[in-house]
Every structure is written in C-alpha cells, then in structure tokens.
Ligand binder design. Structure first.
Ligand code: TRP
Length: 444
C-alpha cells in the first residue's frame, strides 16, 4: 500500500472519469422506467430535489473521504477512523458493488445483444418489439453468454490500469453519446403525437403519485450518481490536490441529470407517439418495466431512415457508457480486495469477475432475483450507505480536515459560512431526510 498512488492526469479527465461512472444504464435505462412508474413529471421533480439536497453534498463527501485517505472504500475508514466500527460502512459498500454488478451486467449483456441485432438487420425487421424483448428475457443461456462477455470486458479494462482504461475511454465517448441523444431527442419530439409524451414528462399530474415515490426517487438519485457505496471515494482517492471537490460534484451531477432527462425526452414522446392504443399508454409504460428502453427505442429507430445505423451507433455508445460505469463498480471491489487482503491486482480481479458472473447467472435465470438485486441495492443498500457516509463526514471527520478538503488547503474561496452550511447539511439534514424517506417508503 505504500507505493505511490496514481492520480488522474488532467482536469477534464477527473470530471470525465467521475461522470463516466455516474452516466450509465442508470440514466438511460433505469431512469425512464422509474420515471414511468413514478408518474413522469412528479418523479422527475422529486428526483431533482434529491440530487440537490442529498446528491451533491454526498458526492462532495465521498470525494473528500477518498482524497483525504488515498485509499479504497474500506481502507479509507481504517485510515480516517482507525480502530472504530466505521469500516463496516466501507464493507457494506463493497458488498453493494457486488450486488449492483449482479444485475447491471445482465443489462449490459442486453446492450451487446441489441448491438448484434442492429448490425444483423434483425431489429429493422421486427414489428413487435415487446415480444422481441420478452424472447430475450426468457432466454437465460443467451443472457448468460453476453453478461459473461461484458464482465470479462470490464475485467480487461480493470487490469489495463487506471489512466489508460478509465480516463481515455471516458473522455472521448461521453460527449459522443451526448450528441447522439440530442439527435434522437429531436427526432422523438418531432414525431406526430409526441406532445402527449412531453406533457407526461413535464406536467406534474398528482393522480400518479405513489406512496413509495420519495424512496424510489431517492434510490434512483443514489444509483445514478454512483453514491452510497464509496464508488466516488475510490475515484476521489485518485484526485490530485488541486481538484476542486465542490465544483466537480456539481458538474458531474448536472451532466448526469441532463443525460437522464434527455433520455426521458427521447423515450417518452416516442413511446406516446408510436403506441398502438394511446388510451393505455401509462399502464403500458409501467408494464414495459425494465424493458422500456429496449422496446421503445428500436421502434423509434425504425421510424428513421437508415435505422440500422442509428440503432447500431446508439447501442454501441450505450454499451460504452455502461462500461465506464461497470469499470467504476469493479474498481471499487477489486481495489478493496487488492489493498485489504494483499492479493495481487490480477488475482483480485479474477475473484471479483467470478463472483459477478455467478450472481449474473442467477439474475439471468430469474427475473425476480434480478429485481431483488436491483431493489436491494438502490432502495436499501445505497441509501443506508449514504446515511452513514454523511454521518461520518458530518460528525466524525475533523472540521479542519473538512475545510482543508473543501478549499484545497485554502486556495479556493469558500468562507467559513459555507463550511457551516455544509456540515449542518451532513450532520442533520441529509441523515434525517434519508432516514425519514427510507422508513416512510418501507411502511408504504
Ligand atoms: N451510476 C451508474 C449508472 O447510472 C451505475 C453505477 C456505477 C453505480 N457505479 C455505481 C451505482 C456506484 C451505485 C453506486 O449507470
């Protein structure tokens, strides 16, 4: 552990790598189906509230814990709070990483399958996209093969090193994905009948409010920003001493939210415009569940000239966005095993890869196991992790250290008032709100 730790090479690299972790299937696949389930605009409003009140302060906290300790998620607590039980928060985070990868890799496999269905021209000939997706969902063998391939691909990047693997890929691919989403959004909102979809997305309708709305939105916020398991602790540990934590957290959160909302602007107008029977659309959206993206988008592509090219491009970029997220997830768990148990980086990667594939096999066979992993991580483990991380920074960390981290040793201009507000948020507001939402959501 005494070897000099690598740091990210450039400023843009820092934002790109953290944004690469945040932006992934959570934004483009999970967000639209959660938003559909949560009533569109209402969900989005609550979601944005969660980003502002919990997301950004927590992301700053994770960065801080990482950079102050220069260590993996669990090691961070050993260093900053030696001899205490805080290490369990780190261990919970590592476990959460496993659980997330268990179902996330399956969806990554779907993106690969859709790449091949695009290239082969299969998608261009499909007329019923729901049954196309259901065929896939009920074919465990196929899912297992592609899930395994994606997991191995991630492992390859983990082994090839931090800078080359994570930083370079993120820097080029994220902007490209963003551009493509803008093009698709324009196509989607100019379809006949798209207006209903826009309304669903931006006009709050109280009749859709569900008791679990807050927990769902909060879970999605944690999931999408990669918060609550120490992923951003691990990335923070690679930051250099000039990286501005608050600014980076704001930039990453804004980018991430923009991509999520943009995905909504692509999916919902298209879903409303292209549905056969508009009367039942909301029910259909919700029933589409985890398949929403994989059902609606190919349908949208088929409305465009050169559908094969669009869908190939889209699913390739989606797979790459997912890859920068799976790299971050696997990095957390691998670094933990590597640094805490003194296993070589290579063996540690192998252990993690095997574990993830085993979980992924179960998730491929059983949709309810898949859902269990999804719900357990997003609605339980991440909020619990976030709760403790905010307590850790708010109550345990020395204020001087927090201030030094926030201001990069007083080279950034944040007054003491800012520190007070930040500490107040982490001591009282974030933990209470997270706990309240959690308990309320469970009772609902
Ligand atoms: N945020 C990623 C996404 O939206 C997924 C992810 C990567 C993640 N690392 C994480 C989620 C850590 C929770 C915690 O797709």
């Amino acid at each position: 552990m005494s070897e000099k730790r690598v740091t990210f090479a450039s400023k843009i690299g820092v934002v790109a790598a953290a944004a690469g972790s945040a932006v992934g299937l959570g934004n483009i696949w999970r967000f639209p189906s959660q938003a559909a389930d949560g009533g569109g605009a209402i969900f989005i409003l609550v979601y944005i509230g969660c980003i502002l009140f919990f997301g950004i302060p927590l992301m700053v906290s994770e960065f801080m814990v990482g950079r102050a300790s220069r260590s993996n998620t669990a090691g961070a607590y050993h260093k900053l709070a030696p001899g205490t039980q805080w290490k369990w928060v780190g261990r919970l985070g590592v476990l959460t990483g496993f659980v997330i990868m268990g179902f996330y890799m399956v969806v990554c496999g779907w993106t690969l399958i859709y790449i091949f269905q695009s290239i082969s021209g299969h998608l261009a000939g499909v007329t019923d996209f729901s049954s196309n997706f259901i065929d896939l969902q009920t074919n465990p063998a196929k899912q297992i093969v592609w899930m395994t391939i994606f997991t191995l691909l991630t492992a390859f990047f983990i082994l090839s090193g931090v800078k080359k693997g994570i930083e370079q890929s993120a820097k080029i691919l994220m902007p490209l994905l963003f551009l493509l989403l803008i093009v698709l959004a324009i196509r989607s909102i100019t379809l006949d009948g798209a207006a209903e979809g826009i309304r669903f997305l931006f006009k709050p309708d109280m009749s859709h409010v569900k008791p679990t709305l807050f927990l769902d939105a909060m879970g999605q916020a944690f999931f999408s920003l990669s918060l609550g398991m120490g992923c951003m602790i691990t990335y923070g540990s690679y930051f250099n001493k000039r990286t501005p934590l608050v600014k980076t957290a704001i930039q990453v959160s804004m980018l991430d939210t923009l991509v999520a909302v943009l995905s909504g602007v692509v999916i919902f107008p298209a879903a409303f415009a292209l549905t056969a029977n508009p009367g039942t659309i909301v029910g259909e959206l919700v029933a589409g569940g985890p398949g929403l993206l994989f059902i609606t988008l190919p349908e949208l592509f088929n409305q465009m000239p050169g559908s094969m090219i669009w869908s190939t491009l889209f699913f390739c970029l989606l797979a790459l966005a997912a890859l920068t997220s799976t790299i971050s997830l696997m990095e957390v768990v691998t670094l933990y095993i590597h640094e805490e148990y003194r296993v070589s980086r290579k063996n540690s990667t192998l252990i993690v890869t095997a574990g993830v594939i085993i979980l992924g096999i179960f998730a491929s066979f059983s949709a309810s196991f898949f859902n269990l992993l999804d719900v357990a991580s997003a609605k339980f483990m991440l909020p619990i992790g976030g709760f403790f991380i905010s307590l850790f920074v708010g109550w345990h960390l020395d204020r001087k250290l927090v201030y030094a981290q926030l201001t990069n040793e007083r080279t950034l201009k944040f007054g003491i008032g800012f520190l007070r507000v930040y500490i107040f948020l982490l001591r009282y507001v974030v933990p209470t709100a997270v706990l309240a939402i959690f308990i309320y959501g469970l009772r609902a």
